[in-house]
Unconditional design. Structure first.
Lengths: 113, 112
């Protein structure tokens, strides 16, 4: 069953295209950021993380960009596949303040075959 | 599969009742976290334990409590349940106090 609200912003892309999911974070003191993917009926799945001393980090088919000036985070997915369809959350953390993540509201990615 | 296990998967109960949710962290992880995911509040941090000790508290109600046992599994106790407690409850674990968190499949609690 669905695990998130019905009024999420939705990004619809064609299979094979690149996707860009954006996130505005709230706390200028945050120094650690994570992207999670959540499929229907499942728990959040770790995708990629980045620390505030970096502005870009690449993984397999994914890239995270961090712009601390405007408190903006983005997740780029290359060659989007139907299996990428899910809700994507960014989360922020202040490492010296413990490890409690503050999650954004999420974006639903729909991939059209 | 993250390696974090949670039981039960679904739980249906009545208002005023008490339930216990269980979490087993990934092998080797010392830190356990509980989160609540509801339709109107999104994912919210409740509480963190590290090696048996409480480390951080978030938006956890006084009716809720948790503990981490010597074998590192954790339980979240929810009492005097209200309709608004209906939500998905996730457990996550990490190796250290400060490191990437991996989530379990969740327990869906329905309070009628």
């Amino acid at each position: 069953g669905e695990s998130v609200g019905l009024h999420l912003p939705t990004l619809s892309v064609q299979e094979g295209d690149n996707s860009i999911i954006n996130c505005a974070y709230s706390n200028s003191a945050s120094d650690y950021f994570i992207w999670y993917k959540q499929e229907s009926g499942k728990g959040p799945q770790f995708i990629i993380d980045i620390r505030s001393n970096m502005d870009k980090r690449q993984g397999q088919r994914v890239t995270v960009l961090l712009n601390k000036t405007v408190k903006h985070l983005s997740l780029q997915i290359a060659a989007t596949q139907p299996g990428d369809s899910a809700v994507y959350f960014c989360a922020e953390n202040i490492l010296d303040a413990g490890n409690m993540l503050t999650f954004g509201g999420g974006t639903r990615l729909m991939v059209k075959p | 599969d993250s390696g974090v296990t949670q039981t039960p998967k679904h739980l249906i109960t009545a208002t005023g009742q008490r339930v216990t949710l269980r979490c087993s962290p990934r092998s080797g992880d010392l830190s356990v976290y509980w989160y609540q995911q509801s339709l109107d509040q999104g994912l919210q941090f409740l509480i963190q334990y590290y090696n048996g000790e409480e480390r951080a508290k978030g938006n956890i109600l006084e009716r809720f409590s948790a503990q981490q046992f010597p074998d590192l599994h954790s339980e979240l106790n929810l009492s005097s349940l209200e309709l608004g407690d209906s939500a998905l409850y996730f457990c996550a674990s990490s190796v250290l106090q400060i490191s990437s968190q991996f989530f379990g499949p969740g327990t869906r609690l329905t309070v009628l």
